[in-house]
Design a protein. Structure first.
Length: 579
């Protein structure tokens, strides 16, 4: 029978005075405001078990490192008489049933090889002055701005530990033999920007095909996956990337990397269970901090479904934290008793838990509108940042032109994503019910006759209709085949030299005139490094977006016959959805 944790009780531990938290045998979601101890709970849970006979697909040990997650403070933690009590189900040791294990905190000094800094001695300073020819300069030691040097020798440092207490059925302080793994999804930057030593190798675990398949499905990707890779950043940060025919693993987004790490962890437990040598497999514990980090809401929902499926299949208890309101609402809407929400609050001055709160409670508390009606919002799904830029300016122009409009732009929540139009279609078709309240906007180049027909064809047989559930950003007939970047270039470069834009205070201040635009255009020497016309124009747009920010309002004014009707359709959708 599989081991699982029934509950955890924290007394006088950090911000917890006396908190009792029940865990689901399968999946538990912990949420709440910052500073309510969500990560602390995961750290305590991660300290319960370890399994030394095998390792993860990433060659990591099956154990949590409490002291690496929680930083101890000798001046504080030594003074507090803290206790954590964890209640187990189906835990046996040496023939004894163990109902619970109590833990105590301890600060211990440990020698380890850690990068640190040591002070230079006066003798070192004098030698250094000789080396760099400063011997004629009379500088006193205590006046020197540089007195430290980097050292990687052994250094004593305080180690914050959570140690099991002995009792009559348990006369040792070891962790229980139970595979445990903690994931902190903290990387919020692309690997392509990393300057440190980055080691990359193929996973070669036997689970690459399954990881690729699930990864592709959750991300709703149309790319062809070639390989799954493992990264190691200076021996500290590891990642799991996908290599596709379109881009290398180092170009993965933070969301793709985080998803790869989660899938690798889950399949590590599957490998553990399938290993014939592990005949005594009794399930495991997977802890994920900030599961929603950099993941699109629809991907979050798919990931939850996958985790629940694997939890049942592998007897794997999964506990994760999240701030994602959409994910919390999805859990509530699916009404599954195999997933529990524990929502932490601090309204009374101490941390309390609300188990399985309703959606109204979650909405009010997460946006700090306690007991008040909530201003509804509409999520807007676009292809990329340029589309969001175009749409935002267009709606601002519309509101200026229609001061009596009911459209409130601040209630439109733009989803931060970069995804092709066909992938958006796939997302929507996979979950009509979820996306029915989304405002779905496609790029201007889908006004092209062939593209427009293909878009309509893609939605054929579904409840989604053009200009009712999804829309294509408008463009005048002469520019309808172009993407936004090219529209802006074609518009600005073809303006007459005496156009109102070039006479505006903005243009005269720099100055910006027709000759300057053409001299610095995408086909000038500034962009010779790019051979592709589309790439030249996109790079030009990036460099001169500050000009486009002004010029676009003249573009809207010159093309009101297509701009205003489009915005009116958006207002109609808005009225239907909110008012």
């Amino acid at each position: 029978m599989a081991i699982s944790i029934k509950s955890i009780k924290l007394q006088n531990f950090r911000g917890f005075e006396d908190l009792h938290l029940n865990l689901n045998k399968y999946v538990t979601c912990i949420s709440g405001h910052n500073g309510t101890g969500k990560s602390t709970i995961l750290a305590a849970l991660s300290n319960t078990g370890e399994y030394k006979k095998d390792k993860t697909l990433n060659n990591k040990p099956f154990r949590g490192e409490f002291e690496k997650i929680i930083l101890g403070d000798p001046n504080y933690d030594k003074k507090i008489n803290s206790e954590i009590n964890i209640e187990f189900e189906n835990l046996f040791e040496d023939g004894h049933k163990i109902n619970s294990v109590k833990y105590r905190t301890a600060i211990q000094n440990k020698k380890a090889v850690l990068p640190h800094y040591r002070a230079l001695s006066p003798k070192d300073i004098n030698e250094l002055k000789d080396i760099i020819d400063l011997k004629d300069i009379d500088v006193k030691y205590n006046e020197l701005p540089w007195k430290l040097y980097r050292n990687t020798g052994k250094l004593k440092h305080p180690r914050f530990r959570l140690i099991p207490k002995k009792d009559k059925n348990r006369d040792h302080e070891r962790k229980i033999e139970w595979p445990t793994f903690y994931l902190g999804l903290s990387r919020l930057y692309p690997l392509g920007e990393v300057e440190e030593n980055l080691l990359i190798k193929d996973l070669n675990s036997g689970y690459e095909d399954e990881i690729s398949k699930i990864h592709k499905d959750i991300m709703t990707s149309s790319d062809e996956y070639e390989a799954v890779q493992v990264t190691n950043l200076n021996g500290m940060k590891t990642g799991v990337l996908v290599n596709t025919t379109t881009y290398p693993g180092t170009a993965n987004s933070a969301g793709q990397d985080n998803l790869g790490q989660i899938l690798s962890a889950v399949f590590s437990f599957e490998k553990l269970k399938s290993n014939k040598e592990n005949t005594g497999y009794k399930g495991g514990l997977l802890l994920i901090d900030e599961i929603d980090a950099t993941l699109h809401p629809a991907a979050q929902n798919k990931l939850l479904n996958f985790l629940l499926e694997k939890s049942l299949e592998l007897d794997l208890q999964i506990v994760f934290t999240t701030h994602s309101l959409s994910l919390l609402e999805y859990i509530n809407d699916t009404s599954n008793d195999k997933v529990t929400i524990n929502y932490l609050t601090k309204h009374t001055g101490q941390i309390n838990v609300v188990e399985n709160p309703k959606n109204d409670y979650l909405r009010r508390d997460l946006i700090l509108k306690l007991g008040q009606p909530i201003k509804q919002s509409i999520s807007v799904l676009t292809e990329d940042d340029t589309a969001r830029w175009y749409l935002a300016h267009l709606l601002n122009y519309y509101v200026q032109k229609r001061p009596n409009t009911k459209l409130q732009i601040d209630t439109l929540k733009m989803v931060d994503c970069h995804i092709g139009w066909s992938s958006i279609v796939s997302l929507v078709k996979n979950d009509f019910d979820y996306f029915k309240n989304y405002l779905i906007i496609f790029d201007t180049d889908l006004n092209n006759d062939d593209n427009y027909r293909n878009l309509e064809k893609s939605f054929r047989g579904t409840p989604f209709k053009i200009d009712e559930n999804y829309y294509v950003l408008p463009a005048p007939k002469s520019l309808k085949n172009y993407n936004i970047e090219k529209i802006m270039w074609e518009y600005i470069s073809n303006l007459e030299a005496d156009h109102l834009f070039f006479k505006s205070d903005f243009a005269l201040k720099f100055p910006i005139h027709k000759g300057m635009v053409l001299e610095n255009g995408p086909f000038s020497g500034d962009f010779d490094e790019y051979t592709n016309e589309s790439k030249k124009i996109k790079e030009w747009f990036k460099n001169y977006r500050w000009i486009c920010d002004e010029a676009i309002y003249y573009y809207f004014s010159d093309n009101e016959e297509v701009i205003l009707p489009f915005a009116s359709k958006i207002e109609k959708f808005y009225r239907k959805s909110i008012i």
